[in-house]
Design a binder for this molecule. Sequence first.
Ligand code: GLP
Length: 241
Amino acid sequence: MKIIEVRDYKEMSQKAAEWIIHQVRINPHSVLGLATGGTMLGTYAALVEDYRNHQTTYRHVHTVNLDEYIGLDGDHPNSYRYYMNHHFFHFIDIPSSQTHIPNGLAEDVEAECQRYEEMIQAVGGIDLQIVGIGQNGHIGFNEPGTSFDSTTHVVRLAESTRKANARFFSSIEEVPTHAITMGIATIMKSKQILLLASGEEKATILSQLLETEVTPAIPASILKTHDNVTIMADQKALALV
Ligand code: GLP
């Protein structure tokens, strides 16, 4: 894994956006794997600004998001569909039919997982996957203990994850208990992976990640076995490394 240290959140966001823009410029038909969470907000803001200034086109791009809460409608402000629309998709020229996020309201969630997995392969597989990292080492919503062979599946969220994400909801009771997430094997099939981390709350997990053997106890540790992974993190996130 290559590590790029940046000064702060702003620089990480700018550089991550440049990375994505480069990918889209060299291959206008790219499949971008996208993430949500606080980490990504600055990157999407930088991409929207670039689009305003330079009209980088996403007309032929497909995006596939890592995960979605079960039980939230795409119009619910805390759904990841809403997040993506309101921070990114509505401001660029990507056709909405080319933006893919698991359907958290699917009647048959198992069938939805299978459809999602097949869709990713049908659009050509992921060229560049962006991931954040949970404080317990999760990627997507693959909590500790998840099999490295997992494909898109339903997960019960760890209480620590619900607590960490409660800041986006009015109370922890409102945070869904389950989600659909790309599996670890799905993420690992991506040609290139960029992991972003910012802030002191990510310092412990980043140092654990860099020191640990590959173990399901820290799902992100599997990234060590991928041949094209870059961690881009700011000084606070790398403070314990
Ligand atoms: C969330 C998401 C992940 C995200 C991670 C970190 O629960 N499912 O995709 O990368 O946890 O979130 P944040 O960026 O808000 O710290």
